[in-house]
Design a binder for this molecule. Structure first.
Ligand SMILES: Nc1ncnc2c1ncn2[C@@H]1O[C@H](COP(=O)(O)OP(=O)(O)O)[C@@H](O)[C@H]1O
Ligand SMILES: [Mg+2]
Length: 331
């Protein structure tokens, strides 16, 4: 069973030598100094409020504590505890290689080798399948993206940042909830009907595959989305054009599988996307049968009508237009 404990403010304040925060995206996170904690563990402390009246952060704290606090999987970040003295803090195992995003996109990070990229995608798929189907109470993450995938000391991917996560009903049922994740990872049903379920995570996972293979951000400086750029290559036989130009070597069979999976995950209609279990089967199975995944003509037409990747390019404001037409949330 997962277990976590309450830390005292003094304990981690001393361990982090006064909670010196990092820069930019990591400003809310602080790492402990090796050797400062009695058990020798290195922790990452995440501060969730700067003002006691900040209700949104309080909700994020409780959501993250409630969800990640009851899960335990090698591909999900491990919560060690929390602290409610002075502010709201969550304490995690420290992932020494930081986020996948910094490895993919920081100018001074060497390119990640193909084998590792492949393993990161497989590990993330395992973690997501666990959240969707295997843990005690099923969870949709709702914010799958490279900055929320951490890398452990041995580069094991760990899904993190459960601030937007939601419980799923215990039995499969159509999703119905508002979505608040990053716009470039958003599935079209969010735009058309404001609905999310685990297939929304599957869509974001498809975008993540393309990001990991290509080393391109979901949206780059020219404001062109990764999906608009990648889609023509996915539909063509030129999948090698998707591979990060900095990579000299890659496995073509793995590339074929991953791009095929990505093309299924980013389908407009959630029901035509695979579950994460099917994704794992497609990755690990001995034979891939594309015919099993062919869509009837009418669905293809509907997809084009409902959803164009260019729609994303025209939209600037993340999540601001979130509309929920469902009368009640999924949980
Ligand atoms: N346990 C951890 N170990 C190492 N780095 C972490 C850890 N948790 C978070 N970080 C770093 O801090 C960043 C932001 O953390 P995250 O939990 O995603 O918060 P935010 O809500 O600000 O996105 C991550 O992208 C990662 O670089
Ligand atoms: Mg994050």
């Amino acid at each position: 069973m997962p277990s976590w404990r309450c830390f005292s403010y003094e304990e981690f304040n001393k361990a982090t030598r006064g909670f010196h925060q990092g820069n930019g995206r990591e400003r809310r996170i602080c790492r402990s100094v090796p050797g400062e904690l009695e058990d020798g563990q290195i922790i990452a402390v995440k501060r969730l409020t700067s003002a006691a009246s900040d209700e949104h952060k309080e909700k994020e704290f409780l959501t993250e504590l409630g969800t990640v606090g009851h899960v335990r999987h090698p591909n999900v970040t491990a919560l060690l505890g929390c602290c409610i003295d002075k502010d709201l803090y969550l304490v995690f195992e420290f992932s020494s290689h930081g986020s996948l995003s910094s490895h993919l996109h920081d100018a001074n990070s060497p390119p990640i080798a193909w084998t590792l990229r492949y393993e990161i995608i497989v590990g993330t798929a395992r973690g997501l399948h666990y959240l969707h189907k295997e843990c005690q109470r099923r969870i949709i993450h709702r914010d799958i993206k490279a900055s929320n995938i951490l890398l452990s000391a041995c580069f094991q991917p760990q899904i993190s940042d459960f601030g937007l996560a939601k419980w799923l009903p215990s039995v499969d049922s159509p999703g119905c909830s508002s979505y608040r994740g990053h716009i470039w990872m958003l599935a079209p049903e969010y735009f058309t009907r404001g609905i999310v379920d685990e297939k929304t995570d599957v869509f974001a996972f498809g975008v993540l595959i393309l990001e990991v293979i290509s080393g391109r951000k979901p949206v780059d400086g020219s404001h062109k989305s990764l999906l608009s750029w990648a889609k023509p290559y996915l539909n063509d036989v030129k999948i090698e054009m998707l591979v990060d130009a900095r990579l000299e070597d890659y496995d073509f069979d793995q590339l074929k599988r991953l791009t095929f999976i990505a093309s299924l995950c980013i389908r407009a209609s959630p029901s035509w996307r695979p579950s994460m279990l099917e994704v794992l089967d497609l990755i690990e199975g001995s034979h891939v049968s594309p015919e099993k995944w062919e869509m009837p003509e009418v669905e293809v037409e509907e997809e084009d009508e409902l959803w164009s990747f260019d729609d994303l390019d025209e939209c600037d404001t993340p999540t601001s237009s979130a509309s929920t037409i469902c009368s009640k949330e999924a949980v």
